[in-house]
Design a protein around this ligand. Sequence first.
Ligand SMILES: Nc1ncnc2c1ncn2[C@@H]1O[C@H](COP(=O)(O)OP(=O)(O)OP(=O)(O)O)[C@@H](O)[C@H]1O
Length: 279
Amino acid sequence: MTNDRSPILKLSNVCKTYELKGQQAVQALQSVDLALYPGECLGIVGQSGSGKSSLAKCVTQLEQVTSGEIWYHGQEITRLKGERLRQMRKQIQMVFQEPAAIFNPRMKVGMFIGEPLLNYKMMKRQAAAQETRRLLERVGLSAMDADKYPHELSGGQQQRAVIARSIGLRPEIILFDEATSALDVSIQQQVLDLLMELRRETGVSSIFISHDLAVVQQVSDRIAVMHQGRVVEVVDSAKLTSSANHPYTRSLMSSALSLRELKGEMQKRERIEVLAGSR
Ligand SMILES: Nc1ncnc2c1ncn2[C@@H]1O[C@H](COP(=O)(O)OP(=O)(O)OP(=O)(O)O)[C@@H](O)[C@H]1O
């Protein structure tokens, strides 16, 4: 659908090897080629250890690639330094699984969201405070939450605050790395709905990483399937059932299916128990 346009981000032959003292090196990424098109959500799915987080970290230079190139708007970004790296990180934001890990426990939520607006000199203090309130409300929190400390928010609310901070910078790309995986199922769905709304509203491009194929399929236009550090295939989300070819993708699909059946069966059993008065 999007292949007639130039990609905004392109990974070309990217390899990442972790050298470990006294142990065998780990090849986390092996010759990865991927493209992200403007406005697209590219899903990345694969089991634990398949290299998903390493890929996200190489894009944002939290890790250095071992070899290969990453192009952002025609600029090679694997060795950026100083101000150019800082500007790239403003444009390519990352949202992790554990929001608690990136909060400063002593910094109020309002400051957490407003600080980057000041650091990047996007606006003055008063305007940043106003923008912070707007962002809080945009992600479904209250402007009053600005005065709370992170521990006073639930996990889902913390993740909304992290998303508010990211979108405040008006990035071109947001990388979500298992961003909803730690949340309860109903809260997870609310956050996914928020992400889909924000995407429609802002046109932001995104990479959505998860081990959960059903979740990835819900939010993505295309899905890159990773297995042992390689992208084994890229499929259109809407045509997953008919066009997935690789046996590994097929096995992910059947385990996602049996998980759905299991969940459905448990819900059915709960309903029967409630009707029978045993709960
Ligand atoms: N800093 C590191 N040092 C050494 N090995 C690492 C490091 N980070 C990741 N690895 C290894 O690289 C491989 C890929 O890990 P990575 O975290 O990228 O996979 P993943 O698909 O994101 O898995 P998970 O969902 O469990 O985080 C794994 O074998 C992992 O143990």
